[in-house]
Write a protein that binds this ligand. Sequence first.
Ligand SMILES: [Cu+2]
Length: 161
Amino acid sequence: MSSFLSLCHRVARAAALVLVTGACASAVAWGASPVVVSDAWVRGTVGAQTATGAFMTLTAPADTELVAVATPAAGTAELHEMKMDAGVMKMRPVVSIPLPAGKPVQLSPGGFHVMLVGLKSPLPTEQPVTLTLTFRDKAGVRTTQEVRASVRPLTAGNPAR
Ligand SMILES: [Cu+2]
């Protein structure tokens, strides 16, 4: 199973398509369908900047939570939420991001997002970033999915779609 999975990941890398990873994961038969990840992107950085955000849309087939993210591009990846606090937008870490069954959940600059902290080098726009997402289902079973996120210019806001 692990060799099949690594083959999947190689195919996904070659195709540079987020959805290919999802298709492979379902072929591996985790016991549950994978979460559909679409439009994954990371905000590019310049100079000495050591943190940035990662964004995507996640649709889980059954009630699931996003509980962790890892990437070779940064020391740690935290799950964050933007919230109004006494009239000021503030960012705070959250333990998990709930993904209700069948409902697309958007990780965006103004809401839930992934914060890449301790970047090892600036992120140029031509080089995609690999993110490993860890999900936990209602039974507590953890699964991981690898996605390739494109890097958009520093000035990119919410995707205009
Ligand atoms: Cu943040």
